[in-house]
Each structure stands twice: as structure tokens, then as C-alpha cells.
Design a protein around this ligand. Sequence first.
Ligand code: SF4
Ligand code: SF4
Length: 208
Amino acid sequence: MQALTKRSKVVVNKQLSFVEKLYLPAILGGMRITLTHLFKKSATVKYPEKKRAISNVYRGQHVLKRDENGAERCTACGLCAVACPAEAITMLSAERKKGEEALYREEKYASVYEINMLRCIFCGLCEEACPKEAIFLTNRIVPVEFERNDFIYGKDKLVEPMEKDKRIDVSIRETTEVAEFKKHNEYGHNQVWDGSKAIDTKKKKKAH
Ligand code: SF4
Ligand code: SF4
């Protein structure tokens, strides 16, 4: 049969010569290649002592965002878990009780939210699926652990800190369309809630 490409090699049953049977030329050839690599720039870095520069939009460790008032944005709708091709996300939902409005933005929230970082392929589909801007990937690298269970990240590791100066800025991940949409305070999605009442942030800004 005629080959489709000219890359095929005809194999011949060639007998080794006396010198080839000594394997010395092959060993010396291998050592020559090893020696040349000693003087080349290393392709690896000594992580974690040395870190490579990474892009600002690098998809690393996730964050579960809070809104401006500090309430958790996630409403446990499960869309991120459905979108996840690696089935890395699991959650349990609970109903918000009276008096918990400052803790949870929506009437339903995730009482348990877990991501298995060993399963995650950092594709970002959970971020794209989320209708509440609750989950984002950040440029933080997931630290190395020794136990498999330590790679299951719960809310303690995922939800961002309450303190405003410790919040995780994800604005770099916003598309221009999202940034434009967020300027419209009249949409419920963009409103800031104080208990069960929406605050008019535009009025608030003018007053200052
Ligand atoms: S980044 Fe991809 S793989 Fe990881 S949790 Fe999100 S959807 Fe799943
Ligand atoms: S992170 Fe977003 S998509 Fe996932 S459950 Fe919470 S609100 Fe839904």
C-alpha cells in the first residue's frame, strides 16, 4: 500500500557492527546530549521558593464573593456545579432566616459549598455560569498539600474576608459588557440591599 506521507521509514534488519555491539558510541552520544543540557537555561523553576510571573487573568484558586454590604452573593442555585465538566463542585442549600439578611444576599444560600481542587481543571466555566457574580477564579495558585482531603476547599477557604480592605478584587475578570451592565442601578441584580430594602446607591453617592 502506498504511504500517504513520506515520513515512513523502511526498517531493515541490519546486523550491528563490532563497535556498535560495544555500545560505546551510543553511550558517549547520550552523555554528550546530557552535558550540553548542563549549560542550557533550565526549563523549570524551584517552586515554591521561586515563582513564575503569571497573567492577571490566570485562572487559579476560586473566591466566593460578598456584595458591598458583606453579604454572601451565592444563592446555591447549583448552576456552577451543573456547568462544571469535572464535577468538582458540591453544595447544600439552606433558607435564609429572619435577621440573617446581612449575612446572605438572597433568600437561599449555600450552607455548604465545596470545590475539590484535585478534580478542578480551572476551566472557568463555573464563573461563566454564575448568574449572581458569586464565584470567580483568581490569580492565586492553589497551595501544595500532603493530604487529599486538604484539597477539598469549603466555605472557610472560598468565601472572601468580610473586611473591605481584605476583599479580593476581581474587576480584571469583568468583560466590558458586564462593566457597562453594572452601571445600571435600576436593575435588581446591581442593587445593594440593606436588610430587605434596596439602597439607592446613586442617591447615596450624591449625598457625599
Ligand atoms: S474551574 Fe472548571 S473544573 Fe474547576 S470548578 Fe470551575 S467549572 Fe469546575
Ligand atoms: S456560585 Fe453562582 S452559580 Fe454557583 S450556586 Fe452560587 S449563585 Fe449559583
